[in-house]
Ligand binder design. Structure first.
Ligand code: ANZ
Length: 833
């Protein structure tokens, strides 16, 4: 026979699979006779061709999808493209191409690469989020949230680059307050934007993480928890002299209320502006200058506890609700406008930031918790030492709280506040509402109309569901450059809507949606990808959902997963879903590196997926990725051997090629030794895949091939039915990693395609019994020998064998045996007198 030729094998099987389409999921059977699994890989963004990161991610996702088919499940494993977003627009601006053209050309290229790489996708459900058939349902989703009061508009401060005329994310503002893009000092600008009220779901998003313990990487669970960042404490209302409404503050330490000696409000809060407006002219001036300074600081800087404190007195006084004390109100940038209530009660004795501030501006410091050090001695007075005492202690100077410990005092303080109606137990979160509007072109238009006539000015109205989709107008003639206002505003023809009944004039909302909206529910659209009557069929969601196995990069550990979880809960509450968490299990693959560094064109260390695929073929590439190490770890391409993988595949293939028995041969007539090996592999493989130990499973396959080769070269040879049994099991399991080679082996073994749908045989328990055991012999607690004995060894046989051991005899020497304990099949323990 001709040798192993991966190119010929690829050419042989690709057209067969394309004809058979074995991976189109069976909706009818789902939830019926056979068990089902929904396996999903995070869908790609079409920025050029696929790269090695994709090769790795889709290899691992495919291992899992193929595995469940081998176990007899109906598997749904779809693919689509996350095809709206900035890179298309930036390419359009830079090179003058239409974002549409650029996007769909890249999708076509990625599809072509996927074709040869051959992940077991259900291509009948392919979707692109930039298709009107898809984004129509983004708009539907928006309307559902709008109806529920979960989509709303508000004015908020954004980072504004005055040179590039664009909004910047916090991450794009450098530590010195300048723009990463233009280098210009970033200013704050107030823009009215759309938000999704994800904060309404903060508790559920946090609490429901507990059920994912063990199913998601611990790191990801922690990142989600920290992002939501729940704090528990109290809300305390302070009266402000000369102001009707009271001011609430959030505190985690209501026990320290008697130690609050001043109040601080965020300079960029509405409250600060209001108080400054009624302050003396000098105080107002000081405040205006301070506000301008504060707005140059990034949020990260403002949270840096080590930064020297700054602030201005606002010329107002607040009244402490528990003791009636009059305390000054200051504005300082260490208080953030959008956390808690944007105002705090400052307790300098027990909070370091407040202490630093008090010492700088000579404000009083009052100890209300007596904290002792490790030596049992009271800690020095914070006003003297400059160190606030935050620990547990006994309350002093605190009226009804005196003598209590911290925890009891917190509870008592809340009771006191509630009794007086000036406060209550409260929680606050780091999580912010989700800003979903973008002033960019390449995204889903927001389906809202704004009144543009005399009679409807200032009104807002949703586009009717029947009028969806609101299609994106052609980009021709629009200036796509970022300028803080959406390019769609300039598409006047598109934006103008005349109500046919009333004749009223409306204009379309010019913003587009954050692309995280698209990816927050795409997994549901795969269930009904061609349905033009609904976003997805709730019945199919009941059958297939939730996702049993999700796989993708850790870069999506926070936002994408959080947003999907949120939208899933909303759809659940609206009655469309019967589950509340979208992703039951999550695998985060590591990165593919080169010489320890991230690969990039500019570094010149780019390993190109397309050329690797051409040179080595899909199977060798996949085996290399799977064998490189645990999938969660990074892979350094300098450390792997694609040639080694290719050699292994050729060896496996030759085993199948050499098999000389007929299909259906009676395996029980084969060599027991080889059969034991095969059945041990069949028994261990499921656990290895389910624990993501793909590399270990590949190593086991290598071992299986070697053992089988030895059996062929000795004993009964290629005609031994055990050799066929081994080759068949190898082909089935190898198909997870090397679908082409496995298919060719399967055909050589006389079977019809496709091995991908062949259900793995159950291991025979009789062949799994270990026939030998290792007996440990200890003398006075020290291991002196390890004896290999038949598994059926009796107690007396074990004793005899132990005493016959030379090493044991040497250890005993002339001494007398005091005690001898036999525990077959593990140990014989001898104690000497
Ligand atoms: C009085 C107090 C006394 C506080 C004390 C702490 C210690 P976490 O745990 O992060 O939630 N705080 C409240 N709102 C703030 C804002 N908008 N900007 C900056 N700081 C704010 O922190 C909650 C604590 O941070 C609150 O409890 C408040 O200070 C401060 F011995 O109130 B504390």
């Amino acid at each position: 026979a001709a040798g192993y030729d991966f190119r010929a094998i690829q050419e042989r099987w690709l057209p067969v699979w394309e004809e058979l389409r074995p991976f189109e999921a069976n909706d009818a059977a789902a939830g019926g006779g056979r068990p089902r699994k929904y396996v999903l890989d995070m869908f790609p963004y079409p920025s050029g061709d696929l790269h090695m990161g994709h090769a790795e991610a889709f290899c691992f996702g495919d291992v899992l999808a193929r595995y469940w088919r081998g176990r007899g499940y109906d598997v749904l494993h779809p693919i689509g493209w996350d095809s709206f977003g900035l890179p298309a627009e930036n390419a359009a601006i830079k090179r003058g191409v239409d974002p549409r053209e650029w996007t769909y050309a890249n999708i076509a290229q990625q599809k072509a690469s996927f074709r040869l790489y051959a992940p077991s996708f259900d291509w009948s459900r392919v979707l692109h989020t930039s298709d009107p058939e898809y984004y129509r349902w983004n708009q539907w989703l928006f309307l559902k949230l709008y109806e529920k009061g979960l989509a709303y508009r508000k004015a908020s401060w954004v980072n504004w680059d005055p040179v590039d005329q664009t909004v910047l994310a916090n991450e794009q503002v450098l530590a010195d307050g300048t723009s990463e893009r233009s280098g210009a000092p970033v200013v704050k600008k107030k823009l009215t934007q759309w938000y999704f009220r994800i904060t309404d779901y903060a508790d559920r998003l946090l609490d429901d993480l507990d059920a994912l313990e063990g199913q998601w990487p611990a790191k990801v669970l922690n990142m989600q928890r920290n992002w939501i960042g729940r704090s528990t404490g109290a809300e305390v209302e302070f009266e402000i002299e000369g102001r009707e409404a009271k001011v609430p503050v959030f505190t985690t330490r209501p026990d320290t209320l008697y130690g609050a000696t001043f109040m601080v409000v965020a300079p960029d809060s509405d409250l600060a502006a209001e108080l400054a407006a009624s302050a003396s002219p000098e105080a107002r001036m000081r405040f205006q200058e301070y506000l301008a300074e504060a707005q140059k600081q990034s949020e990260i800087d403002r949270q840096n506890a080590d930064r020297p404190k700054t602030g201005v007195f606002l010329d107002h006084f607040a009244i402490n609700p528990v003791n009636g004390e009059r305390i000054p109100v200051w504005a300082a940038d260490y208080v953030l406008a959008d956390y808690g209530h944007g105002a705090i009660m400052a307790v300098p004795a027990h909070d370091q930031r407040d202490l630093d501030f008090a010492l700088k501006f000579e404000l009083p410091v009052r100890v209300v918790v007596e904290v002792r050090g490790e030596d049992g001695e009271p800690l020095p007075d914070p006003a003297e030492s400059g160190v606030a005492t935050a620990g547990d202690g006994i309350l002093v100077n605190s009226g009804p709280l005196d003598g209590l410990g911290k925890a009891e005092a917190i509870a008592r303080a809340v009771e006191v506040l509630e009794e007086r109606g000036t406060g209550r137990a409260a929680k606050t979160y780091r999580l912010r509402d989700w800003l979903i509007s973008r002033q960019r072109y390449w995204g889903t238009p927001i389906p809202i109309l704004h009144g543009a006539g005399d009679s409807n000015a200032g009104e807002m109205r949703p586009v009717g569901e029947a009028e969806l989709p609101v299609r994106l107008p052609a980009s021709e003639g629009l200036d796509l450059k970022p300028k803080g206002a959406s390019p769609l505003g300039a598409a006047t023809e598109w934006a103008r809507v005349i109500d046919p009944e009333t004749g009223e004039e409306w204009t379309r909302d010019p913003d587009t949606m954050d692309t995280f909206v698209d990816s927050s529910w795409y997994y549901l659209r795969f269930l009904s990808a061609r349905d033009d009557t609904q976003a997805f069929d709730p019945e199919l969601a009941r059958r297939w959902g939730p996702i049993d196995q999700y796989a993708g990069g850790v870069e999506h550990a926070i936002l994408h997963l959080l947003y999907s979880r949120f939208i899933t809960k909303v759809l659940h509450d609206l009655g469309y879903l019967d589950f509340e968490e979208p992703f039951t299990a999550l695998l985060n693959q590591g990165m593919v590196l080169q010489d320890g560094a991230k690969m990039s064109k500019s570094k010149g260390n780019l390993v190109e997926f397309a050329s690797e695929l051409r040179e080595h073929g899909a199977d060798a590439l996949r085996v290399t990725l799977a064998f490189a190490g645990p999938p969660e770890d990074d892979i350094d391409w300098a450390d792997v051997s694609v040639q080694g993988s290719a050699k292994f595949l050729a060896r496996a293939w030759r085993v199948a090629d050499d098999v000389a028995s007929e299909p259906g041969a009676e395996f029980s007539a084969g060599s027991t030794e080889l059969r034991r090996h095969t059945h041990r592999l069949l028994a261990d493989a499921p656990g290895l895949v389910e624990q993501y130990k793909f590399n270990v499973l590949v190593a086991r396959l290598m071992d299986q091939v070697n053992v089988t080769r030895k059996a062929i070269d000795s004993g009964a040879g290629a005609a031994d039915p055990a050799v066929r049994e081994s080759a068949e099991a190898t082909a089935m399991i190898l198909s997870l990693f090397a679908p082409y080679t496995a298919e060719d082996m399967w055909a050589k073994l006389g079977h019809e395609p496709t091995v991908a749908l062949a259900v793995w045989p159950e291991p025979d328990p009789a062949l799994l019994v270990e026939d030998e055991i290792t007996l440990v012999v200890q003398v006075n607690g020290k291991v002196r020998d390890r004896l290999t004995l038949p598994a059926s060894v009796s107690e007396s046989e074990a004793e005899t064998a132990a005493l016959a051991s030379e090493a044991v005899q040497r250890a005993i020497g002339e001494r007398e045996i005091a005690n001898l304990i036999v525990r077959v099949p593990k140990i014989v323990s001898i104690a000497l007198r």
